[in-house]
Design a protein around this ligand. Sequence first.
Ligand code: CU
Length: 211
Amino acid sequence: MERSIRTWGVAGLAVAFLVGMTGCGDDDGTGSATTVARDDVEQTVPAQDGDEQGQDAPDANPCAPGESGRLGPPADEPADDATPVTISGSEYEFSGQEALSTPGEYAITFTNTGNELHEFVLMRINDDETRPVEELLTQDNPEEFASEVAFAFACPGDSSDPVGADMSEPGRYVAVCFIPVGSLPSTAAEEFGRLGPPHAMQGMVAEIQVG
Ligand SMILES: [Cu+2]
């Protein structure tokens, strides 16, 4: 599957969240949500420009009362014979990802058991990439060493629709959450650009060896 990588790397981590949010703002979600290519992201939100990030805040908090509870483009439908798996996210860790260690097609339901907003970004790391995940997280060129496999998002106490994840190719996969620390359903949209570091920096990242 060819999909743009939302973002990667410390400098642009919060951008992943903001890009997704912008795509599902105050419209009705009829196909206008898009995945923004890295170059576009960098143009929109210059790295090292923290004072300016507030101006790129999303139109709406997806978990505020009356909002959709959804983030980003519609999920890829799972294959009919995909194995259902539930992954949980909370502050600040994933659980249940061991169920993904066998090569195959999965239908992943992401459940948020925490108090903050959480996302499940699943990437496959290229076979020729040997650096540890901790080091890869500091890079800002993820398209050169990884590709996106699946994306899901859930508000506190809620679950995503099942999303298809083709993990039939053995290798190193990584699940990561880029949502900034302090993201609550009550957080005003304009505050998202001024919140803490991404959850990944607090440990919400899990390497999954498949095969
Ligand atoms: Cu998170």
